[in-house]
Design a protein around this ligand. Structure first.
Ligand code: FNR
Length: 352
């Protein structure tokens, strides 16, 4: 792991409430999927090019029409105020300064309107479809009005995965930070009840519906199979995010590093395919991008950075990842994201 991330991780471990630390780190079940995520990236091998002019490396790329200076994207994660008093406002401020895009969770601890004002760069809104569909639609409309440029619909969570590490532990999210974006649409006391739970009956028609309601492209997050990616595209998805939710949903789900090629093959260039789970270094990102991912999302390391140094920590962490990627791209013979292609990577070894 990069030394900066390791430093942030140690600071976060020392300073966070132990219950919050466990909540951030936890995976579901026996944490098999969580454990395998990083190793699965390491199982690929690169085939570098030589004698290319790599005296300057440019990480600029396009994501659904938005230009970003770096292909690292902040993954949607709940309750950033547990890591820092400014919560998601600090995260989006720090992310934009690093030239990156962030995805803001339905479970953010700051309002979408405040986050929109604090953002220094582009952001997308992550939607959970709740049993009260009107609630989800209202959030998507508010996110669009606050400046979100796309909706990320998370589909791997019909029910929240069981995390034994934190089962029965109450994380003290102060009332003014708990699902603040839902609060204003619900009667007092209704939060946590049925209306705000994920709707386990959700089907692909919701993709087009949310696109219409928000007037924004919808990417589907939590896809691990080619045929499912195909279903999402048929139902109107503008992009797909290969993810097993950081090992927090179905334990023993396939590592996203291994699922990515199958999804890319099925999508066949029709829409951007992003990926997350265990991306910790420039070379992890390089593998994903050479396989054909449009960008990589990073989860927990952003929370460690936020807990350690607030917005500046988030900027520093994303810049360090960018610098690492720039370095390994140069050594692999690529001067820009457009120079990366699957001939530069060879098949996964069996993960340990
Ligand atoms: C998440 N993740 C997540 N995903 C999502 O779509 N909505 C959410 O609210 C959350 N919340 C959340 C909380 C915490 C504490 C974590 C660690 C993760 C999953 C997240 O978007 C992403 O898929 C993984 O975190 C990526 O894996 P890494 O980078 O953490 O290994």
């Amino acid at each position: 792991m990069l030394s900066l991330s390791a430093g942030h991780l140690e600071t976060a471990r020392r300073t966070l409430d132990p219950a919050v630390w466990d909540y951030y780190q936890a995976g579901s079940g026996e944490e098999t999927t969580l454990r395998e995520a990083e190793a699965a990236w390491r199982a690929y091998r690169l085939r570098p090019r030589v004698l290319r002019d790599v005296s300057s490396v440019d990480l600029t790329t396009q994501l659904l029409g938005t230009t970003v200076e770096s292909p690292f994207v902040v993954a949607p994660m709940a309750f950033h105020a547990l890591a820092h008093p400014d919560g998601e406002c600090a995260t989006v401020a720090g992310t934009g300064k690093a030239g990156c895009l962030s995805v803001v969770s339905t479970r953010a601890s700051r309002t979408l309107e405040d986050i929109g004002v604090a953002a220094t760069g582009p952001w997308w809104f992550q939607a959970y479809v709740m049993r009260d569909r009107g609630l989800t639609e209202a959030l998507v409309q508010r996110a669009a009005a606050a400046g979100a440029r796309a909706v990320v619909l998370t589909v791997d969570t019909p029910y929240v995965g069981r995390k034994h590490k934190v089962s029965g532990v109450r994380i003290a999210v102060p009332d003014d930070q708990f699902l603040v974006n839902l609060a204003q649409h619900l009667l007092p006391g209704a939060i946590g009840r049925e209306a705000a739970e994920q709707d386990p009956s959700m089907t692909p028609d919701v993709i087009r519906r949310l696109a219409e309601v928000g007037g924004l492209p919808v990417l589907v997050k939590g896809v691990l199979r080619g045929d499912e990616a195909e279903r999402c595209l048929e139902a109107g998805a503008a992009g797909v995010i290969v993810s097993n939710h950081g090992g927090r949903q179905l334990d023993r789900a396939v590592p996203s590093a291994l699922a990515l090629p199958e999804v890319l093959e099925a999508v066949d260039g029709r829409a951007p395919v992003l990926v997350d789970g265990g991306v910790r270094t420039g070379v992890d990102a390089l593998v994903a991008l050479t396989l054909g991912a449009a960008a990589v999302l990073v989860g927990r390391p952003v929370l460690w950075a936020l807990a350690s140094e607030g917005a500046d920590g988030v900027t520093a962490a994303l810049e360090a990842l960018g610098a690492d990627l720039r370095h390994v791209m140069a050594v692999a013979g690529a001067a820009g994201i457009g120079d990366l292609d699957p001939s530069m990577v060879t098949g996964a070894l069996r993960p340990p």
